[in-house]
Design a protein around this ligand. Structure first.
Ligand SMILES: [Zn+2]
Length: 65
């Protein structure tokens, strides 16, 4: 019983880790002020308005606004 419980628990933990990893991959963090955004388009708009003189983050260069 204890072993089964542990297996279920660890599976849940792995699923949560994958969710966290997927979430983290979608978050963009501003290299200038460390503000983070989940949405690439919003982040690009933010970056263009807040840091127009800073070089564009590579991930945003490819993003279509
Ligand atoms: Zn910023």
């Amino acid at each position: 019983m204890v072993l089964i419980k542990c297996m279920i628990h660890s599976q849940k933990g792995a699923a949560a880790d994958q969710k966290t990893a997927a979430k983290a991959a979608l978050v963009h963090t501003c290299p200038v002020c460390r503000v983070s955004s989940i949405d690439t388009k919003i982040f690009k708009q933010y970056f263009e308005s807040e840091h127009p003189k800073s070089p564009m983050v590579p991930v945003l260069v490819d993003a279509q606004a």
